[in-house]
Design a protein around this ligand. Structure first.
Ligand SMILES: Cc1ncc(COP(=O)(O)O)c(C=O)c1O
Length: 383
């Protein structure tokens, strides 16, 4: 079986796993406890926080650990918007339809249940937010803006630093979902200029079920999990020390090995894109041709049922995706693909191939040899 779905999730890096193990066994204390078991756990927690802060170029007390990328997005959006409205009365959210549902559904809920209104940003043909549409849409009524760093379905990278700079000049908080980006792109919050940034561990070889939210000092946030005073009173709940330790180690490694990991996947990605477009009739790339995640190739094939193609690929030994993992099994075309302007006969036939540490040229060749016949088969059955 060849795994080509690293944007859905990654295996845990052996070094992250090794770093975690003592915290399941002998060093199992609760970091809030006074005794030595607690002190050891607390010291592991604070070391992990420092490690994450070093990668993000921020202060350790600007990092909150959460249970996943979705939770970080929820806390940033809901917590940030509520705090801002309380402080200034502003009640508009500025975001885009092609955000991960952890952002877009939260924005919709803020509109439906909390009295906010959402301005949906215009997107270009590659699914990127343009600085012009962003500047035209941001007003003094805007409580919070949220634009993802890199899109999970189509790989497009947004011009975050430009957008955040403008938001700051207007004194509006800027959140970015960097859940996909953190595996390959620079997540220095000073050069990006963001106020809030979400991370999720399982996209960069940390375990599933652990995330972080960067909160720039001075950014208001109303907590959604209330209880103990953990995470500076902004996210209650006893911290998951082994997972947090694994998260910090995996993020540190991702930053340290960013260039070599990129150099490994990018030529394979470019080969896939070039070959698929050449050998498969009625195929198109989705997302930006250059400005995209280095491990990410995504396509649409006309008159193909994307989910059926995934099953055929699985039977042939290849694990791919038709969009984000959360969408698999949904017969409706993905909103992200539809927002690029593809009609239904194209949009239903999406395929995402994402590479990672164990991807090899041989695996990619074998995938490229297999794919054309399977697309052909899926087309014949569709007719
Ligand atoms: C861009 C983006 N944001 C948020 C999430 C949610 O992250 P998690 O699975 O850690 O909740 C994902 C996961 O696919 C994602 O790709």
């Amino acid at each position: 079986m060849i795994y080509l779905d690293y944007a859905a999730t990654t295996p845990v890096h052996p070094r992250a796993l090794e770093a975690m193990l003592p915290y399941f066994r002998e060093t199992f204390g609760n970091p809030s406890s006074i005794h030595r078991f607690g002190q050891k756990a607390e010291s592991a927690l604070e070391m992990a926080r420092e490690k994450v802060a070093a990668v993000l170029h921020c202060r350790p007390d600007e990092i909150l650990f959460t249970s996943c990328g979705s939770e970080s997005d929820n806390l940033a959006l809901r917590g940030g918007a509520l705090a801002r409205r309380k402080a200034t009365g502003a009640a508009k959210i500025l975001t885009a339809k092609n955000e991960h549902h952890a952002v877009s559904r939260t924005a919709e809920q803020l509109e439906k249940e909390y009295g906010f209104s959402v301005n949906w940003l215009a997107l270009d043909e590659h699914g990127a937010v343009t600085p012009t549409s962003f500047k035209d849409s941001l007003t003094s009524e805007t409580a919070l803006t949220s634009v993802m760093y890199a899109n999970n379905e189509i790989g497009t990278v947004n011009p975050i630093a430009d957008l955040a700079l403008f938001a700051r000049s207007q004194n509006v908080a800027f959140h970015t979902d960097a859940v996909q980006a953190a595996a390959y792109l620079d997540v220095n919050v000073q050069t990006l200029g963001v106020d809030l940034m979400s991370l999720g561990g399982h996209k960069f070889y940390a375990p599933k079920g652990v995330g972080a939210l960067y909160v720039r000092k001075g950014t208001g946030l109303i907590p959604h999990l209330t209880g103990g005073g953990q995470e500076f009173g902004l996210r209650a709940g006893t911290q998951n020390i082994p997972y947090i330790v694994g998260f910090a180690e995996a993020l540190h490694l991702a930053a340290e090995e960013r260039e070599s990991r990129t150099a490994h996947v990018k030529p394979l990605r470019d080969h896939i894109i070039g070959q698929v477009l050449e050998i498969i009739p009625d195929s198109q790339l989705t997302g930006h041709p250059q400005n995209r995640l280095p491990n990410h190739a995504s396509f649409v094939f006309k008159d193909v049922d994307g989910n059926f193609l995934l099953q055929l690929l699985d039977s042939a030994g290849f694990a791919c995706s038709s969009g984000s993992a959360c969408k698999t099994g949904n017969p409706e075309p993905s909103e992200v693909i539809s927002s690029l302007g593809f009609s239904r006969d194209w949009a239903l036939g999406s395929l995402r191939i994402t590479l990672g540490m164990d991807s090899t040229p041989e695996g990619v060749e074998s995938f490229l040899k297999t794919l054309p016949a399977l697309v052909d088969k899926a087309r014949k059955i569709n007719h």
